[in-house]
Design a protein around this ligand. Structure first.
Ligand SMILES: [Zn+2]
Length: 622
């Protein structure tokens, strides 16, 4: 039976979930159109809970078992439509009376995979999909023991965002659909399994683990990791998981996590996910971090030894509000996740480490944004610079760019300036409270903001910021005193001061990053060597600093750094570093050949997300 209720929204937007039979009976999404990256039709039949029973086979590199999919029917007679990605093979589908269900697949699409349409009875409640994954399942990365720190056991981790959850679980793979889940995962004895859920804190010999996620989440936050992992508490509600040999280093680096959690809750309302733990992954993890609820996944490239790169933890923590609690309804609305999170991240950093630290981060954001606009302009793709994305028919991973993150951040900074900080903080707190566990789109947000934020709204203002290309004229100006001091020293060096005479005392990793990033292209290998002799950049263990040094080394043909660059590219799979470094190497005759050889060697170490992005360079660019 279709149950409807009315949501009072004075918008031209159809909340597709007007009312459901989920335990909460609340609306779940405000979305003005269908999600172009999912075949599912949650307006007709929507998934609200999944029971997952999976075994992990490291030899076959396969997950196998079943997913029991619980749904609500909003349109009698409609089929349940799930998304099935490459690498997920269906074995059987049974209805809730254990009878074979009738099902059919749609046509395969390279990006979206295919639809799975299952016929369901009007009063039925769930289906069981029996399946296994094969080596094409792009969310899964299977690491051999030698690719881990301990080198004793293999490792498995998932990366579901944006639309890869469908490669390891049959589900409605749209961020506009939220569900709870329970899972039973069986792994080889002596290994620990972890999920984006309530987690165990120690291994058991049977290898059988149970998980529960009581808060509803979108599919891209489904996560699993299996390895030789151990746990240590950081504070009352926070802790870290890592391979045994990396644990103490991680504990030191993330020591301020509990404080961050308190600051974040103080800013925008109670933390909704009970615990906040961090899982330190092996270096092939393709991102800096992934905000899987209750258990952020992070790259070891933020272990700088001096806690200088932990703003990334603030970022992932901020996602517990922006993204995980209030979610972009489609990937075209990605800035709602990331722009808010960058804004929130800088506010946490400001509260913890002071305004001048946050100012440096804002300046980096501006630099990243200007660089991106330049790339889009020179490649004739400026249409990709509007906040509201247009990724229909394209891989939504392309939307992971400074437009969503930094242009989104500057839009919110502009709103803050217009409203005043106090009023804007009140607005954000209300926004998170009003939309907790909901997915919304850009149009809904704009209407909500117009009703709740007392500033002068004009259609031009919205068009310029949200739908317009390039940068609006009223983009906030950012300036950092600490970076200005770096600029002066850089100028001194370029005009003849020796590297060891530069005033770099008390410089943090961010000042060094700025110094390296501002170095002109005209510097040559001899200049690089002078700097290297004093500051040992080629041996830097700070991945951000080393990456920027490597980019300069490639431009300047500074061969001394090529060995460390090779080691870095072989070990690190973080796309943010790997992609631009290979792109730069391909650009120069003196490194183009080396890039080919290195990529061939390093590619097997990369997750699909990274390999997929870099592949394009070697096909199109060669
Ligand atoms: Zn983020």
């Amino acid at each position: 039976m279709r149950i409807t209720c009315i949501i009072i929204v004075t918008l031209m937007i159809l909340p597709w979930f007007s009312c459901t039979t989920t335990p909460e009976s609340v609306p779940l999404a405000f979305i003005s159109s269908v999600d172009p990256h999912s075949y599912s039709r949650p307006d007709e039949v929507s998934v609200y809970h999944i029971d997952l029973f999976l075994s992990v086979d490291f030899e076959k590199k396969s997950l196998y078992g079943l997913a029991r999919i619980h749904y609500n029917i909003h349109k009698p007679g409609a089929a349940l439509i799930l998304d099935i990605g490459k690498g997920l093979e269906i074995e059987a589908i049974k209805d809730d009376s254990a009878l074979e269900a009738v099902y059919r697949f749609g046509e395969e699409d390279d990006i979206l995979g295919r639809s799975l349409e299952i016929e369901i009875e009007e009063h039925s409640g769930f289906v069981e999909v029996h399946y296994h994954t094969n080596q094409d399942a792009a969310a899964l990365q299977w690491l051999a023991p030698e690719q881990t720190h301990g080198k004793n056991m293999p490792f498995l981790f998932t990366q579901s965002q944006a639309i890869l959850a469908r490669t390891w679980i049959p589900l409605q793979d749209s961020p506009s659909v939220r569900f709870t889940y329970d899972a039973r995962i069986v792994v080889p004895g002596g290994m620990l399994a972890l999920m984006s859920a309530q987690n165990p804190v120690q291994k058991n010999e049977s290898g059988e683990y149970f998980f529960q996620m009581k808060q509803s989440i979108p599919s891209y936050l489904m996560a699993l990791a299996v390895g030789d992992l151990t746990f240590k508490e950081l504070g009352e509600s926070t802790g870290v998981y890592a391979e045994p040999g990396m644990l103490e280093k991680a504990v030191y680096e993330f020591a301020e996590t509990e404080k961050m959690l308190q600051v974040a809750s103080g800013l925008y309302g109670d933390y909704a996910w009970d615990r906040y733990d961090i899982l330190l992954l092996p270096p092939s993890f393709p991102f800096g971090g992934m905000e899987n609820p209750r258990l952020t996944f992070v790259t070891p490239t933020i272990l700088a030894g001096d806690r200088s790169l932990t703003s990334l933890v603030a970022h992932e923590l901020a996602h517990a509000w922006s993204g995980n609690l209030v979610t972009n309804a489609t990937w075209n609305d990605f800035w709602l996740n990331e722009g808010f999170t960058v804004y929130f991240e800088y506010r946490i950093i400001e509260a913890l480490y002071g305004y001048d630290y946050a100012e440096m981060l804002a300046s980096i954001s501006m630099q990243d944004l200007l660089d991106e606009i330049e790339i889009l302009t020179s490649s004739g793709q400026l249409e990709k610079s509007s906040l509201k994305g247009q990724w229909d028919g394209l891989d939504p991973d392309e939307g992971v760019s400074p437009i969503a993150y930094d242009k989104g951040y500057f839009f919110l900074l502009r709103l803050e300036a217009l409203a005043g900080r106090e009023a804007f903080d009140g607005f954000l707190k209300k926004y998170f409270a009003d939309h907790a566990f909901l997915s919304i789109d850009t149009e809904y947000f704009i209407e909500y903001a117009r009703r709740n934020l007392s500033i002068e709204w004009s259609d031009d203002f919205i068009d310029n910021w949200v739908y317009g290309q390039g940068l609006p004229d009223d983009i906030p100006v950012v300036s950092s005193n600490r970076f200005n001091a770096v600029d002066r020293e850089l100028k001194n060096w370029l005009t003849g001061k020796k590297p060891n005479e530069l005033e770099t005392e008390n410089w943090t990793s961010h000042e060094w990053q700025h110094f390296l990033r501002q170095m002109p292209d005209s510097i040559d290998a001899k200049d690089m060597r002078q700097l290297d002799e004093v500051y040992a950049f080629s041996e830097s263990e700070n991945a951000e600093v080393f990456f920027l040094w490597a980019m300069q080394a490639v431009k300047a043909n500074y061969k001394i750094a090529f060995g460390p660059i090779e080691t870095f590219l072989m070990q690190t799979g973080r796309r943010k570093f790997v992609l631009p470094l290979f792109r730069e190497m391909k650009k120069h005759q003196h490194t183009a050949g080396l890039a080919e050889i290195l990529y061939h060697k390093a590619r097997p170490n990369y997750h699909y997300v990274t390999a997929n992005a870099v592949d394009a360079l070697f096909v199109i660019g060669s």
